[in-house]
Design a protein around this ligand. Structure first.
Ligand SMILES: *Cc1c(COP(=O)(O)O)cnc(C)c1O
Length: 225
């Protein structure tokens, strides 16, 4: 069943790439395994998936330890408390949820020298909802400049979680804001190559707007525990 879910999502991704005139294979699936048991992660890995994401460090570390024999690329996508940055810097290849200078500074200092630079996406609050995490659009350039100068971090792109809506056009409008922000930054000399956007209920809109990484949990694994 999980292998079939994976196959269904991978073929939907390809269909949407064609439908929206994207190059085939330019949208990577990130399997969001928060709230999911080890056995399901193993099954999806066995079916060929290599990129997995977790939100909560206390949950992620024991699972990663149990799965350490598998060559998984681990992505951290959750809220980051300053006292957790060391373990994130030591254990993940990607962090999608950086939105403050202080957190970037700590990841820079704590990324082990024997590992390649930690791949970073800046999380942006494009819908400007007050309760939501992420940098405001007008704050992103300054933060990007700071991260760009950190040799232990590789600034790769932008991430967002849009407003919870099933309206396709509204989804597209918000994803386009993130795509435009990436283009604006690249016009100013940055070289961002990633847009981490789209979840189970809105990944078609995200692909239409240029997502390069979509983060799918429930549509792949089923409901979380
Ligand atoms: C949980 C989560 C997802 C996956 O959500 P689904 O709706 O289960 O696909 C994606 N991104 C982030 C940041 C999440 O916290």
């Amino acid at each position: 069943m999980l292998a079939r879910n994976l196959e269904t999502i991978l073929s939907a991704i390809q269909d949407f790439e064609k439908k929206y005139h994207r190059d085939i294979g330019t949208t990577k699936l990130i399997a969001v395994s928060k709230g999911q048991p080890i056995e399901k992660i193993q099954a999806i890995f066995a079916a060929g998936q290599r990129d997995f994401a977790e939100n909560y460090l206390q949950e992620a570390l024991p699972k990663m330890e149990q799965l350490k024999a598998l060559s998984i690329n681990w992505h951290f996508i959750g809220a980051i408390q300053a006292n957790k940055t060391k373990l994130i810097a030591e254990n993940f290849s990607w962090v999608h949820s950086v939105s403050r200078e202080k957190i970037a500074q700590r990841l820079q200092e704590q990324r082990p020298k024997n590992l390649p630079p930690l791949n970073i996406c800046i999380e942006v609050n494009v819908s400007d909802e007050s309760q939501k995490s992420g940098a405001k659009i007008h704050e992103v350039e300054a933060l990007a400049k700071i991260i760009q100068n950190f040799d232990r971090l590789a600034l790769r792109g932008l991430m967002t979680i849009i407003e919870d809506t099933t309206d396709f056009n509204q989804q597209c409008r918000q994803f386009k804001k993130l795509a435009e922000l990436k283009n604006d930054l690249n016009a100013k000399g940055f070289s961002l190559d990633q847009l981490s956007m789209g979840m189970s209920q809105d990944y078609e809109a995200a692909i239409s707007a240029g997502a390069t990484m979509i983060r799918i949990g429930t549509a792949l694994f089923g409901e979380r525990q």
